[in-house]
Design a protein around this ligand. Structure first.
Ligand code: NAD
Length: 364
């Protein structure tokens, strides 16, 4: 038996990643799949059609109809493409059906078996499949590089014949996977790094990377160890302590998020007004509205007092080679839960499959 696996060429604007790389194509074939890669699917991430051919895949034109089996993508394919999939086709990727009603409707209408990987439970067993973590690592890294590019200062301390330069003071807001990678990256660039989060265990994590934990006196752990939204009083306390502190900070990288909710607003317009001219804020939370009140998703603007605010989107795509390699390994590790000896077979008792599958009527 042989299952057909289609690797789609992404069509979303600015998307440079690909859901399978030659290394994972070989492994999929060893599991009994016949892999078809849409021509040019890996080009923006540096993986040529020839490299896929060498790995044993066949190359098909992007418009070639999907004949069922398994489809691998980074972002959800457009409704018109989904409509062409035979019912029962299995779709794996960062599908985010809950973010877009029309997309959810298109997935349901197509009758696909949809596995949005962002729904995976964050258990130890699922770590090797965790696209949120693997892509956040790239995102946190790139955000700091953008900040270093935008700032009119050095990050490291320099001792020169023209005098000593003080290191930049960099504050990382939120210390999940992206935030911790941002702490590590800013530290490697020689900045003086601080970070805070509302989960108390992040103190040790920030300190282990050489950063200083900024204690704002608020602890807010919710379900499953994630942060919960702050109460009005907690938010006021966090903002009171932060406002004073920000006057001495040169660069802020915002990464705070609460699952399933818009990004918490942490940096107010008044705080930005109190910052030094030439300060920089890179707001990774821009995709879900931003941690800063002034963030314009997808744009870089300058405030009236000369603070640069960047709200970059899809930063993982900026590091498309490694982001794709990690994403593709995550996808492969998930797919082999149900791809065995060339056949698709689902054990719905397996919580990774049962909890990740999305169905409109049962969506949590
Ligand atoms: P995330 O992207 O959802 O959020 C980023 C960070 O923002 C979190 O650390 C959160 O605590 C913080 N935050 C939320 N509101 C805040 C506020 N008002 N002020 C300051 N910080 C705020 O997080 P993530 O990177 O996806 O991961 C966070 C959680 O997931 C952690 O508990 C982590 O240990 C867990 N995790 C588990 C696994 C696993 O075991 N497989 C893998 C990755 C992450």
């Amino acid at each position: 038996m042989t299952v057909e696996v289609r690797v789609v060429r992404e069509t979303a604007a600015g998307e440079r990643r690909v859901a399978a790389v030659p290394e994972t194509v070989k492994k999929l074939m060893a599991a009994g799949a016949a892999v078809q890669v849409e021509a040019g699917a890996g080009a923006a991430a540096g993986f040529t059609d020839q490299a896929y051919l060498d790995a044993g895949a066949s190359i098909v034109a992007p418009a070639t109809p999907v004949a069922g089996g398994l489809v691998l993508c980074v972002q959800c394919p457009p409704a018109a493409a989904l409509a062409g999939y035979p019912a029962g086709t299995v779709l794996v990727g960062s599908l985010h059906p809950q973010a877009d009603a029309a997309r959810a409707q298109a997935l349901t209408a197509a009758g696909v078996v949809a596995f949005p990987l962002e729904r995976l439970p964050r258990t130890t067993r699922a770590q090797a499949m965790d696209v949120l973590s693997s892509q956040a690592a790239m995102t946190g890294y790139k955000a700091v590089l953008i900040a270093a590019e935008l700032t009119p200062r050095f990050f490291p301390m320099l001792t020169t014949a023209a005098g000593t330069i003080r290191p930049s003071r960099v504050l990382i807001v939120g210390a999940g996977v992206a935030g911790l990678q941002a702490v590590a990256t800013a530290k490697r660039l020689g900045a003086q790094v601080e970070g805070f989060d509302v989960r108390p265990e992040t103190r040790e994590q920030i300190e282990s990377l050489g950063g200083r934990f900024l204690d704002l006196g608020v602890s807010a752990v919710g379900e499953g160890g994630y942060a919960r939204a702050l109460t009005e009083d907690e938010r006021a306390e966090q903002q009171r302590r932060l406002a004073e502190h920000l006057k001495g900070v040169d660069t802020i990288v915002c990464t705070a998020a609460v699952p399933g909710r818009p990004a918490p607003k942490i940096i107010t317009a008044a705080m930005v007004a109190g910052m030094k001219p030439g300060s920089v804020i890179v707001d990774l939370a821009a995709e879900t509205g931003g941690n800063c009140e002034l963030t314009q998703p997808g744009q870089t603007i300058t405030s009236a007092n000369g603070v640069t605010l960047a709200g970059p989107l899809n930063l993982a795509s900026m590091g498309a080679v490694h982001a794709s390699e990690m994403f593709a390994r995550n996808v492969y590790n998930f797919v082999v839960l149900f791809l065995k000896d060339g056949a698709l077979s689902f054990d719905w008792e397996d919580e990774l499959l049962a909890r990740t599958r999305w169905q409109a009527d049962a969506a949590a």
